[in-house]
Design a protein around this ligand. Structure first.
Ligand code: NAG
Ligand code: NAG
Ligand code: NAG
Ligand code: NAG
Ligand code: NAG
Ligand code: NAG
Ligand code: NAG
Ligand code: NAG
Length: 380
């Protein structure tokens, strides 16, 4: 079993190497990732068990993997491009070890992200009157516990662990987007989402601190995407009042303001963390800014299809994102050329969009301090 797993990993790596879209410019030896569907490489699909979610069916994965891997896209995610740029295999979903009931070698990292995960705990959201059913209970705290459980298999003594984690890259998020998505999609007001911002930020900062105390040294903490450009949210909040839309891109201004507030508060939190843990390298990743480039100038980046319409799903409404037809479900169609679309299934982005965002991070333009800074990362 162990051999099979390694063979699969090696095989995926070979494929990656053949179509390498990003040069190997990062020098980490392992990657640990926490988050939601933006970076889940298979955990939700494994934990869903007998219930068969649409992400486990075509056309998910069709563009790159030729099969549905549990990634919520047609191909690779941001974290996959980060792995490629580090010359590492795609980060293995942690629950792989639970499903196969055998030892998976996580020495090159593990992915704890689960699609649908929130930053806040289930009971917290329930107390706030969150009436919708959460897709998963694998919150950020649960993911942290998984990491703590895995850690003894990675390194034993403190010096051993220091040596190991010194060369590891930790991605804490994106996470928190679902804390806002659940109430927004359940027809709550903007204010309901805005009121959740402090709790989401507290949780992200708390878990980032805990990871540093566990030994993490280099951490990337991404902010939220421009959710006002998300097809499902645009559909849900469609409004005749033109002044609610940004004339540069037709994205929703009040929805994007939620993401902007989250990102501003998150960066404030990171400033405090850097003061507290001076030995750590805490990097903010500006997913919003990197994605906004193609929402503002779609054709410049090859998004000639439609940048606000979903590629996969129902051909209905202004955004192809009416809730009655789901990508991979009955009546769903897929656009001819997904690389000309930024939105994949209404909620998630296409591989092309993730590639663009990842390039912005790796080049250092959308990471503060820069992810591609030799003085920080090549000196082990
Ligand atoms: C997917 O299919 C294409 C075309 O047949 C092939 O070139 C590519 O190597 C396949 N990718 C994987 C990951 O198997
Ligand atoms: C995994 O192992 C445990 C304990 O050895 C056993 O109870 C469980 O049924 C096994 N699960 C699978 C899927 O094989
Ligand atoms: C999450 O946990 C709550 C409380 O334990 C439970 O009622 C609910 O069914 C769980 N939901 C999922 C999706 O596991
Ligand atoms: C995170 O929050 C918990 C609960 O409030 C607290 O017990 C813990 O000390 C915090 N961890 C860190 C590293 O700040
Ligand atoms: C449109 O939205 C703006 C900004 O929220 C608001 O000031 C204005 O009253 C709205 N107009 C109409 C006709 O509802
Ligand atoms: C925004 O939508 C309107 C109405 O469909 C359209 O006329 C306009 O060209 C769009 N603007 C952008 C920047 O896409
Ligand atoms: C990373 O930075 C180096 C040095 O500044 C530069 O040569 C390289 O092109 C950058 N890599 C990427 C992917 O932008
Ligand atoms: C790289 O990191 C060093 C040390 O932290 C810093 O002084 C320098 O400004 C950074 N360079 C860039 C391009 O971010």
């Amino acid at each position: 079993m162990k051999i099979n797993m390694m063979a699969i990993v090696a095989f995926s790596f070979l494929i990656a190497a053949r179509s390498l879209p990003v040069k190997q410019t990062l020098n980490y030896k392992s990657i640990f990732n926490f988050g939601d569907s933006l970076s889940d490489t298979g955990n939700f699909l494994i934990s869903a068990g007998v219930y068969s979610p649409s992400i486990g069916r075509p056309p998910y994965g069709q563009t790159f993997f030729n099969r549905s891997t549990g990634r919520c896209s047609n191909g690779r995610l941001i974290i996959d491009f980060i792995a490629e740029a580090s010359g590492l295999p795609y980060v293995i979903p942690y629950l792989q070890s639970v499903r196969t009931n055998c030892t998976v070698n996580f020495n090159k990292g593990a992915n704890f992200a689960v699609a649908g995960a929130t930053a806040n705990d289930f009971n917290f959201l329930k107390e706030r009157g969150l009436s919708v059913t959460l897709l998963t209970n694998k919150t950020l705290d649960v993911q942290l516990d998984w990491f703590k459980k895995l850690k003894p298999s990675l390194c034993k003594t403190k010096p051993d662990c220091d040596q190991y984690f010194k060369k590891s890259l930790f991605f804490v998020g994106e996470i928190g987007g679902n804390d806002y998505n659940y109430p927004l999609l359940a027809f709550r007001s903007y204010k309901h989402a805005i009121d959740l911002v402090p709790s989401v930020i507290n949780k992200i900062i708390n878990v980032t601190s805990a990871l540093i105390e566990e030994g993490a040294v280099t951490l990337v903490v991404p902010g939220n995407l421009p959710i006002g450009c998300s097809a499902v949210l645009l559909e849900r909040f469609s409004d005749d009042n033109g002044s609610l839309y940004d004339t540069r891109n037709n994205c929703s201004k009040p929805l994007n303001n939620i993401a902007k507030l989250h990102n501003a508060k998150l960066q404030e939190g990171l400033v405090t963390l850097r003061q507290k843990y001076t030995h750590a390298k805490i990097i903010y990743a500006d997913y919003y800014g990197s994605a906004m480039q193609f929402f503002n100038s779609p054709s410049k980046y090859g998004f000639t299809g439609s940048v606000l319409k979903a590629c996969c799903g129902g051909k209905n409404g202004r955004y192809n994102a009416k809730p009655n037809v789901k990508c991979g479900g009955k009546g769903s169609t897929t656009c001819k050329n997904p690389s000309t679309y930024a939105n994949w299934d209404g909620i998630h982005l296409t591989e092309a969009a993730y590639h663009h965002i990842a390039t912005g991070l790796i080049s250092g333009r959308f990471t503060k301090p820069s992810l591609n800074n030799s003085s920080l990362f090549l000196k082990f």
